[in-house]
Design a protein around this ligand. Structure first.
Ligand SMILES: *Cc1c(COP(=O)(O)O)cnc(C)c1O
Length: 454
């Protein structure tokens, strides 16, 4: 065993803080490393701000969730939701683990194909599939999840024109007890539209009905809506079996499982109020057995889980640019990462921790980004020790949607790195440069010259 290096002891004060009806606020601890790689070293090498992903955590989360479902139902397949995080390296980890691709645009479809995913392992969702995209997807035998009748008719025409068969499913929306319901996507169950669409498909020679799909929402905080959704899909599937002898290959319940990031307006931390993934799996898988089918005829359960798999595997390291006592007396800090990198901060109170133990009174602090915009607030209120220029902070739960919804605005986007299971750190997206932003711009000849006074 190697000898440990001496570290100066620090005294950690027991904080009392102001009590609320749930008790006293959480004491913030420091996070000094991610997967054993020190934050100091990461920022020295790759700069600040910096997005960091943990490959180990991605694989662990995936295997854990897969096991939770596999132990309850014999046939389970995950399809990675590209829009949740479509960095090539991230998608590739999921594909290595056995995930299909779930895409909602032609661009995402092409990205999956470029990464080596076979067409037949791509689920093509969304209301906007162009004729060209449909044609390509049909030729490559992708799974088309039909969103509306106009799309159904287009697919029918294209397959007739190409003289090819398309493998299709429909997206179904239904009352699951969530309000407002997401009834803008797919065909409604209650009003009979879903069954009508299914009948139309069954009577088309060039359409092969292979599945049923729903995606009831995102960050669903209770398992019961899933049970309701699956019960209704099972009801449709039974009608198909009984009336038309149609055997479905799969039932796809979409994504929507929550991560443990905490929603704004939620008093308690997410971990304290959300059901477990086991609860969700139980609600999703139990109604499938009502199909009363032998194992080899049971449809595969497809899950398009995004957020719950990736959110806690991503971190944003950021530095304090300045501290400022506001005119109201409240403490504020300005950090080098704004809402342009962290769209999700509009909905979530991202956990933020300092990267070293700092003694002194903790204080409710407002965390501003660097943008010249009043709305650039990362946290309205977070308990932090006294911070100083140059201090680092880590923002948690940034794995889902941030690196797809981030935007180039005012500042350039930073490096994204992935820590391998062996502890190697690879840049998986380089920091942007001015040329990346201007590369697509065209400056007409007449605008190229000017004199100082116009
Ligand atoms: C966005 C989306 C997902 C992933 O949702 P999460 O909430 O991230 O799990 C899955 N399926 C469809 C159709 C989607 O639009």
């Amino acid at each position: 065993m190697s000898k440990k290096i001496y570290e100066k002891p620090i005294i950690r004060k027991q904080q009392s803080g102001l009590m609320n009806k749930f008790g006293s606020p959480q004491i913030s601890r420091a996070v000094t490393a991610i997967d054993g790689i020190s934050i100091e070293k990461l920022t020295e090498q790759f700069g600040s701000p910096l997005f960091v992903f943990s490959e180990k955590q991605i694989r662990e989360n995936y295997r854990k969730l897969k096991r939770i479902f596999k132990t309850r139902y014999p046939k389970v397949r995950f399809a990675w939701s590209y829009k949740t995080n479509y960095l090539s390296s991230i998608c590739s980890v999921y594909h290595q683990e056995g995930s299909w691709a779930e895409v909602v645009s032609e661009f995402e479809y092409d990205k999956a194909r470029n990464l080596g995913v076979a067409g037949e392992n791509i689920i093509f969702n969304g209301p906007d599939k162009t004729e060209a995209a449909l044609e390509k997807a049909i030729k490559e035998k992708a799974l088309l999840h039909i969103d509306h009748f106009d799309e159904l008719y287009s697919i029918k025409e294209i397959t007739q024109h190409l003289n090819l068969k398309a493998r299709v499913a429909i997206r179904v929306n239904m009352d699951t007890g969530i309000y407002p319901p997401w009834n803008r996507f797919g065909f409604n169950y209650e009003n009979g539209e879903a069954m009508l669409a299914l009948k139309r498909i069954i009577h088309e020679e060039n359409l092969e009905l292979v599945g049923l799909h729903t995606h009831i929402g995102t960050y669903i905080m209770s398992a019961e809506p899933y049970r309701q959704a699956v019960l209704k899909l099972v009801d449709l599937a039974k009608a198909l079996y009984d009336q038309y002898e149609v055997r479905l290959e799969y039932i796809d319940v979409g994504g929507g499982l929550p991560s443990f990031n905490t929603l704004k307006g939620q008093y308690l931390e997410a971990e304290q109020i959300l059901p477990t993934y086991e609860d969700y799996a139980e609600a999703i898988t139990s109604p499938l057995f009502d199909l009363n089918l032998p194992t080899d005829e049971l449809p595969t359960l497809v899950l398009e889980t995004g957020r719950a798999l990736i959110d806690d595997t991503g971190y944003l390291i950021t530095s304090v640019i300045a501290t400022k006592r506001l005119s109201t007396g409240k403490q504020s800090i300005i950090i080098d990462a704004g809402v342009n990198y962290l769209f999700t901060s509009h909905w979530f109170n991202h956990k933020i921790l300092p990267t070293k133990e700092i003694s002194g009174f903790t204080e409710n602090t407002i965390v501003y980004g660097p943008l010249c915009m009043n709305i650039d607030v990362i946290r309205e209120d977070v308990v932090l020790p006294p911070m100083h220029k140059g201090d680092k902070l880590v923002i948690f739960y940034v794995g889902a949607y941030s690196v797809t919804q981030w935007m180039q605005f005012i500042t350039l986007r930073p490096n994204v790195v992935l820590i391998s299971e062996e502890g190697d750190v690879d840049v998986i997206r380089e920091a942007e440069q001015l040329e990346d932003i201007t590369a697509r711009e065209k400056l007409p000849e007449r605008l190229k010259e000017f004199t100082p006074d116009g």
